[in-house]
Design a protein around this ligand. Structure first.
Ligand code: DAH
Length: 363
């Protein structure tokens, strides 16, 4: 044990300890080596620390002298250690910065970016047109009672659309549940569920046993509108559709209503948009035919009409007091006209590049 021997506190011995410490610090090349040197030369069990402890055992007058000399020696060692620590710290930092340098000019692969589906975005946008006018959004199930999908809408049992070639039935057929072929059954649900007056739109999926090609898909989307109030006329319908058309296609869009037949409206019409490609110029002009409207000048957008009183009566509404109008249009069709999306298959195939190409279109 060092304490067993009297420590050598001569100046030579102290100078020697200081020299050893300074050499060890100078030789340390890394932080870890310097730490080892620090413990060896300034730690609790280092010769300088032991010498310091030994001072207490020295008699009177020599003690002060030894204390001063040792204090100066330890201070010198401390300063050398601090200097070396600073130098090594700076060198190590410089080295780390150099080795961890990032080349910000290197090409990077960004994570794939998604986008809301354009049909969803457009449905929200169409809803907003009506919500802004104080209408409500109504909903109904996609697997719908046959009665609601057809009978309540005055579509009789022999109507051709009710056959299994056009309509998808949920097995077994005797349960009379179909995948709704249009959003119109939500008209009946709204009339049965809601107090009068009614101002609702219902966007949603519909199903038909249809082809899958550029202009037909067996699952698509419609938006249905229904108003039941006192004093409602065809003029309100026309004004509403024009407002929707302007909101979708811009102020200068032109619409027309062409007489048609739907069992649930009377009178009924189809709403057409002036062809956005030829603007009607192809009509009667074989030199400049238009593929988009097949040289008709107009493109069908949806159906509409004044609600047939038989439909109101089926929902228990007093037809002497109330009348209504309704309309239904395809969302895919609207997207085709509005954003020049020519092929409906793009809308169901789920390639995110299609969604990305129309990202932000709803604004
Ligand atoms: N349900 C019709 C269809 O799918 C569209 C339609 C026509 C809806 C006239 C209506 C309407 O509300 O009044 O072809």
């Amino acid at each position: 044990m060092p304490g067993d021997q009297p420590a050598d506190l001569s100046q030579t011995a102290i100078d020697d300890l200081v020299a050893q410490a300074l050499t060890a610090f100078a030789d340390a090349a890394t932080g870890a080596e310097l730490k080892a040197a620090r413990l060896a030369h300034t730690g609790d069990r280092s010769p300088l620390a032991l010498a310091n402890r030994a001072i207490g055992t020295i008699p009177g007058p020599e003690r002060k002298d030894a204390g001063q000399r040792l204090g100066a020696a330890r201070a010198q060692v401390g300063r050398a250690l601090a200097d070396r620590e600073a130098a090594i710290g700076a060198a190590e930092l410089a080295q780390r910065l150099a080795s961890e340098r990032i080349d910000v000019t290197l090409p990077v692969e960004l994570g794939p970016e998604g986008a809301q589906h354009p049909i969803t975005a457009l449905m929200d946008l169409m809803n907003d047109v009506f919500l802004d006018m104080g209408w409500e959004v109504a909903e109904g199930p996609e697997a719908e009672g046959e009665w609601l999908n057809f009978d309540a809408l005055n579509i009789g049992p022999d109507h051709p659309a009710r056959g299994t070639t056009d309509t998808l039935f949920v097995a077994p057929i005797e349960n009379h549940v179909v995948l709704r072929t249009h959003t119109s059954p939500v008209q009946i649900r709204s009339m049965l569920d809601r107090p009068l007056p009614i101002y609702v739109v219902c966007p949603g999926k519909v199903y038909r046993a249809d082809e899958f090609d550029a202009t037909h898909v067996p699952v698509f989307h419609q938006i249905e509108g229904l108003v039941v109030d006192q004093g409602i006329s065809l003029a309100h319908l026309k004004g509403t559709l024009d407002h929707l058309a302007r909101s979708m296609f811009g102020e200068d869009v032109e619409t027309r209503m062409r007489p048609h037949y739907f069992p649930f409206t009377e009178p009924s019409a189809e709403v057409d948009l002036l062809c956005f490609v030829c603007h009607g110029a192809s009509v009667g002009n074989p030199d400049a035919p238009c593929r988009t409207c097949r040289s008709q000048g107009w493109i069908e957008w949806g159906g509409c009409g004044v609600v047939n009183p038989r439909v109101l009566a089926a929902a228990g509404i007093d037809t002497d007091l109330y009348s209504g109008f309704a309309f239904g249009m395809g969302i895919e069709r609207t997207l085709m006209f509005r954003n020049n999306a020519a092929d409906m298959r793009d809308m169901v195939e789920g390639d995110v590049r299609f969604s990305r190409s129309l990202k932000g279109m709803a604004r």
